[in-house]
Design a protein around this ligand. Sequence first.
Ligand code: MF3
Ligand code: CO
Length: 290
Amino acid sequence: MEKIGRNDPCWCGSGKKYKKCHEAFDEKLARMERLGCLVPGRELIKTPEQIQGIRESAKINIAVLDYVAAHIGPGVTTEEINRWVHEETVSRGGIPAPLDYQGFPKSVCTSVNEVVCHGIPSEDEVLKEGDIINVDVSTIYQGYFSDSSRMFCIGEVSPEKKRLVEVTRECMMQGLANVKPWQPIGNMGHAVHAHAVKNGYTVVQEIGGHGVGLEFHEDPWVSYVSEPDTGMLMVPGMMFTIEPMVNMGGDEIYTDEEDGWTVRTEDALPSAQWEIQILVTENGAEIISY
Ligand code: MF3
Ligand code: CO
């Protein structure tokens, strides 16, 4: 990190003098690092200007998910959801981040029942009463990224599936409640896992959350099967997703060999996922996209 004079403008672009802005923060970070903590680099600390841009991106992401919520139901195909997401994003000036991301062919991920994540929308996939589906929307707006997903129950679903969907949401909220500045991120993932296990479920280990904002996927990689006191410190200005994948049966998963994307549970039992994008603050966390 380059040396900044105490009276120079702060690196965060606030316009304040460094000594009145991030000097104490940088000193604390350096102290924690000397104590052996894994600390985020400055590129992971969002500036006020970046946070504003990401909030604007998230407004679109939230509006698109609201649109899906208002129109989804039995008889809708996942390809229709893809069209909605594409059109609602573009009409608001955004770009759907999944489209062409590492070759992903559509503008949204739609994951039905035993599909864990990264399901590809299809004209042949018709939603029917009793299905549960995750719709994962990600938006680029003026270079800023937002990412969140919700579950939808199609018509009347079984009590078992409904409970999975509800508990998975609670897992995510447990994660949110355990975002505490200057604490290791493993504490957050541990709380998510504990809530799932308490309810008789398992949590996918191989796929997790991620830093987000200036890129689709930034550091840190975020596990929801983690031990307390492990992983990177959560520091004010960091942004990441809380997006646990919770399985009704075992935690084993596999990726479809034909399409290279669709992830399913090995035992074909249902899986659920909710995702929020959060900003670490001085007091805890603020939800940026949901
Ligand atoms: N939205 C997913 C996430 O939460 C990423 C999907 S990558 C894609 O990280 F290419 F499948 F869209
Ligand atoms: Co994500």
